[in-house]
Design a protein around this ligand. Sequence first.
Ligand SMILES: N=C(N)NCCCC(=O)O
Ligand SMILES: [Zn+2]
Ligand SMILES: [Zn+2]
Length: 326
Amino acid sequence: MSSNETPRGPVDSSRVPRYAGPATFARLPRLDEVGTADVAVVGVPFDSGVSYRPGARFGGNAIREASRLLRPYNPAQDASPFALAQVADGGDIAVNPFNINEAVETIEAAADDLLGTGARLMTLGGDHTIALPLLRSVAKKHGPVALLHFDAHLDTWDTYFGAEYTHGTPFRRAVEEGILDTSALSHVGTRGPLYGKQDLTDDEKMGFGIVTSADVYRRGADEVADQLRQRIGDRPLYISIDIDCLDPAHAPGTGTPEAGGMTSRELLEILCGLAGCNLVSADVVEVAPAYDHAEITSVAASHTAYELTTIMSRRIAAARKDAEAK
Ligand SMILES: N=C(N)NCCCC(=O)O
Ligand SMILES: [Zn+2]
Ligand SMILES: [Zn+2]
């Protein structure tokens, strides 16, 4: 979208009931209806990398359905994200459910195409395996990126059953491949049992800092967001959000739930506190609707994606304004 074009926004829910018609994220136009977008929301229906309950392949569409209730003005960030930039729904990446290596390649290639158009990506998973090919693609464009990883789990384990590409291993692979900026890596929401203390030693050696879910509870969202922002600075940032960072009370619909998690309010508050960061792409993963109730998880995920999209749109609008002033 050039700076003098007005973005095409969501369907007006005061004219067309919000439960009518096929779902796109936030009732936004499809990418093929607008040509190119500043932010492309894309589904990745892949869950062949899970170690426990399957079903995250249905996550993207569940989030789209739940996102019908989002509205165009975001008071928490005082911004209308879909007016500041063109956000559009790019549909789903068609990935092979029977061949993980091929799926990982397909996701990377599709992300390359989308990022090549100048769009930032807001990906709806899918299990956490998909973060690796997305990071590969983002790093091709921006170089090694800062990573903020919201999750109950470290996801820096080595292999499962000898498999390198699983939902428990994407960030170890990413560090090995040199696609992360190891001076700015943080897990947030970490908790629960590990295989051994060595998991933490290995993780620290890779460069990660940990903000546990108890830290968030004790120190509060604002302080945590301030600390994260300082660590990230203006580096290109990728945010990966495993919905199991939330307590199972706030996100029952997920594959590997762990007790003692953050509230959805804490997560959303931390995200708002990250406004201004150079968020180049993000994912929300591990929503498994078969275990959900009353769309609790997919509503939380839709609001999470909305905050992330708002951070991106604001950043795009600010950059445009700067460019015009020059
Ligand atoms: N990425 C998620 N959600 N879970 C990883 C859990 C890996 C394990 O079963 O130990
Ligand atoms: Zn997890
Ligand atoms: Zn994860």
